[in-house]
Design a protein around this ligand. Structure first.
Ligand SMILES: [Zn+2]
Length: 248
């Protein structure tokens, strides 16, 4: 086993874990924002229903006021009847009262419609209010759960970084430098397995002679195509398990 190659593989596995953890951590604010948006949409619908309800109540009140004004007018017209001198004037007042009554009937129909609307909206609002409360509570719970999860991920990330520091200490500075360069330039992958003579990352064949040398496991090789460090997984020593990483 080439010790440095094993270190490289361990370093890579930790690097992969680190990247996944960082992505998950970065995902938390997006998930919280989504939950918040969903809640706000529901709440906005509730508010617009409530505004509709208030408007209907206002319209109902103003119609009732108009009806009461019309009734007063009728009362005044009736009083004037006692003072009229001619039949023509009398007939005119009767016509006036009749028109006022018709208007009252129209407005009363309007108030009935508003009353129906107010009643159904008030039922809807009662249900929505409960639902808004329920959703608000759920939002807080989900947000807290995500925060807790993020804390855990951060803790895990720190742990992985500590393990990576341990591996780094064992690594030859020149190899570490090359590995970090590859991580940056080659999509975060500095080490590749070679199986049946094929680099498993860039999927290109490596020369047969090089593959034989790789299997001999005497020195560190790089893929002639993608320049990543390569290893042959046929060597048990390079199959790194999680428990090996915990006991570095
Ligand atoms: Zn390659």
């Amino acid at each position: 086993m080439v010790e440095q190659l094993k270190c490289l593989i361990q370093f890579q596995i930790l690097e992969d874990k680190k990247s996944r953890l960082i992505r998950s951590c970065e995902d938390t604010p997006r998930r919280i924002a989504e939950l918040l948006k969903e809640f706000e949409q529901f709440e906005a619908e509730y508010r617009s229903r409530k505004a509709e309800y208030e408007h209907a109540k206002k319209m109902h009140r103003s119609l009732e006021q108009e009806i009461s004004d019309l009734e007063n007018k009728i009362r005044r017209s009736r009083e004037r009847m006692n003072e009229v001198k001619t039949n023509k004037e009398y007939q005119a007042i009767l016509k006036e009262i009749d028109d006022l009554k018709k208007e009252i009937t129209r407005k009363e129909d309007g108030t009935l419609e508003f009353m129906d609307r107010i009643e159904s909206l008030s039922r809807e609002l009662r249900d929505s209010e409960v639902e808004v409360g329920r959703r608000k509570k759920k939002l807080e719970e989900d947000k807290n759960a995500l925060e807790v999860e993020k804390e855990k991920l951060s803790g895990r990330l720190e742990h992985i970084e500590a393990l990576q520091r341990k591996v780094r200490e064992k690594m030859d500075p020149e190899i570490l430098k090359r590995s970090e360069f590859l991580l940056k330039k080659q999509a975060g992958i500095a080490v590749a397995a070679v199986e049946n003579g094929v680099c498993k990352v860039c999927n290109l064949n490596i020369p047969p002679q090089k593959f034989i040398e790789l299997q001999r496991d005497e020195t560190i090789h790089q893929c002639p195509h993608c320049h990543r460090f390569i290893y042959w997984p046929g060597h048990e020593a390079y199959c790194v398990h999680d428990e090996d990483l915990e006991n570095l």
